[in-house]
Design a protein around this ligand. Structure first.
Ligand SMILES: Nc1nc2c(c(=O)[nH]1)N[C@H]1C(S)=C(S)[C@@H](COP(=O)(O)O)O[C@H]1N2
Ligand SMILES: [Mo]
Length: 214
């Protein structure tokens, strides 16, 4: 099946499932691209703690530190001066919606690591945002080729409601692992749980394993 066939098949299944009132089950059975318990949406819902910080580009900065050789603080200009990276991936929210084929553009996490050079002791990362949101991941999860700091979605600047100026995207984890309005990235030798992780959500957050709660 190519991607278009998949999407058509998916829509048919969704329509069928809705009629039968069993959206999730039927939907998943018919589509090998949807993780268990997820359904497809074509809009892009907004989810956050409710406080959407307004950060003018002139005041935006990203501080990268902790267990690294070369800590850095990037201004907007510094961020744009990095080699630019584009990737298309699917977005899976733990509240059960998935959105296919999002084109992200920004700086790859690999590039960020090449700049700051994590120490061998660095095994975990804590992300902090301008709304004081936090989330955590193992360093390994962020080394994938599809992980990036994005400032564009489908060719347009990332809107404030979706985390602009810049947010994290980690396609292989549920969306709460991707900090909107990113402000600080701290490498560490120990794991520190973030906002949802201390409130009972899974520390690993793997959509394909239906790994939602800790
Ligand atoms: N800074 C910040 N990042 C955040 C959140 C938040 O409240 N604050 N919510 C997370 C959650 S729970 C989800 S599902 C996704 C939603 O991203 P979206 O609003 O762009 O769909 O952002 C994640 N990143
Ligand atoms: Mo979420």
């Amino acid at each position: 099946m190519d991607q278009n066939d998949r999407l058509i098949k998916t829509k048919e299944n969704w329509a069928k499932a809705r009629r039968g009132g069993e959206e999730r089950e039927v939907f998943y059975e018919g589509d090998d691209r949807l993780p268990p318990g997820q359904h497809l949406v074509e809009t892009w819902p907004v989810l956050d703690l409710g406080q959407k910080p307004d950060i003018p580009l002139s005041e935006w900065s990203l501080t990268i530190g902790g267990a690294v050789t070369t800590p850095a603080t990037w201004t907007w200009g510094d961020f744009l001066a990095q080699p630019q990276f584009k990737d298309v991936s699917d977005f899976h929210c733990v509240t059960s919606w998935s959105r296919y084929d999002n084109e992200w553009e920004g700086v790859s996490f690999k590039q960020l690591m090449a700049v700051v050079q994590p120490l061998p002791s660095a095994k975990f990362i804590l992300f902090k945002s301008y709304d004081d949101y936090t989330t955590n991941l193992p360093l390994l999860a962020c080394q994938d080729d599809d992980v990036l700091l994005t400032y564009k979605w489908n060719g347009r600047p990332l809107t404030k409601e979706h985390g602009g100026p810049v947010r994290m995207i980690i396609p292989k984890r549920y969306a709460w692992k991707g900090a909107k309005w990113i402000k600080e990235i701290t490498f560490s030798d120990h794991d520190e749980k973030g906002f949802w992780e201390v409130r009972g959500y899974s520390n690993s957050a793997l959509p394909w394993q239906n790994d939602r709660y800790g």
